[in-house]
Design a binder for this molecule. Structure first.
Ligand code: KPL
Length: 321
């Protein structure tokens, strides 16, 4: 399949390499005018171990084993390749989606499906009004990767990816979930993509601001110091999710967050990296989106509001790169 990926960040490159391994022809659309670039993928396999704690309970331990580096060469920024693409995958940050789609909109063939995959929520309104006829799908992934430099990515954690239709024209595109599954398993089709998007938002509301503010690895949040704040964040998120129609409990969300903290213990969250590198963060589409929806439902979310303010303050203290 001829595929164009918008955005050559860690997640875009990770999918590009895995889709290329399946024989798909990958072209990138980036903010540079380079006609091609290489990517070296430092992939990993993840195994789960069960270890017995002192109190007799069994705890899961996640072990990532690195694989030998693999080099890929991708073409990029060729407007004709966009027109020929049978699939567009948008992996830019949430706040870049609008601009990225505007840049290529006139060149996308009318029936080409567009998959939008970013942390957070809140781009849907713009996408709905801008792309009226195209089949639009949203995706959310728990795969973790980071760029060590412009040409190297490390795949640091494995997790599920969900794909689902956003508009009527995208109904019946469930075979794309299988295509993604073949490339980087597991990937499933979800009949209501907002549900996994909310689940991921909940995880990001808990992990991202705290790791950005305290400049720590995800695993640090497992220490008792963060117990109360994580519990409070989960309570607030669960209340908003329930008001949105999702049957979650704060306890269940907290367990999920704990599992992700454990599975990604050695990782630096994307928001940690954005603050560390003095870049704009996705806070307005993560905690900010939660606050917006909380207001609609008349729900107080003081802890999330505090975290949002703290991250905004950190952002103001650096020049956007
Ligand atoms: O999605 C993530 C992120 O860093 O944005 C988590 C799940 C927190 C993994 O680091």
């Amino acid at each position: 399949m001829q595929i164009t990926i918008l955005g050559a960040g860690a997640i875009g490159c990770l999918w590009a390499c895995h889709l290329a391994k399946q024989g798909h022809n990958i072209h990138f659309w980036t903010r540079t005018d380079k006609p091609s670039f290489p990517i070296v993928l430092n992939d990993c396999v993840q195994t789960k171990d069960s270890i017995q704690e002192e109190d007799g309970t069994h705890e899961k331990n996640y072990i990532q084993t690195p694989l030998a580096p693999e080099r890929f060469d991708f073409t990029s920024n060729n407007i004709q390749s966009i027109a020929k693409s049978e699939l567009i995958i948008v992996t830019v940050k949430a706040f870049q989606v609008e601009q990225a789609l505007n840049d290529i909109f006139d060149h996308i063939a009318p029936h080409t499906p567009i998959i939008i995959m970013h942390n957070g929520m809140g781009t849907q309104q713009h996408v709905k009004t801008r792309l009226v006829d195209h089949p639009i799908l949203y995706a959310t992934t728990s795969q973790a990767a980071f760029k060590t430099d412009k040409e190297q990515i490390n795949h640091t954690g494995l997790g599920p990816t969900w794909l689902g239709a956003f508009n009527q024209s995208a109904q019946g595109f469930d075979s794309l979930a299988e295509l993604f599954h073949q490339a980087l398993a597991p990937c499933g089709w979800h009949h209501d993509i907002n549900e996994p998007l909310w689940q991921k938002l909940a995880i990001n509301c808990a992990i991202n601001p705290l790791t950005a503010i305290h400049q720590c690895q995800n695993g640090e949040l497992a220490t008792p110091k963060y117990h109360t704040v994580l519990t409070q964040v989960c309570h607030e998120v669960a209340a908003v999710m329930q008001a949105e129609g999702y049957a979650v409990t704060a306890k269940k969300l907290r367990q999920t967050v704990d599992t992700v903290i454990k599975a990604t213990a050695a990782n630096y969250s994307s928001m940690y990296q954005d603050i560390f590198q003095q870049r704009k963060t996705e806070i307005d589409y993560i905690t900010g989106y939660l606050i917006t929806r909380a207001k609609v439902h008349g729900i107080a979310v003081p802890m999330n509001t505090q975290l949002w303010q703290d991250v905004k303050l950190l952002e103001q203290n650096h020049d956007d790169k």
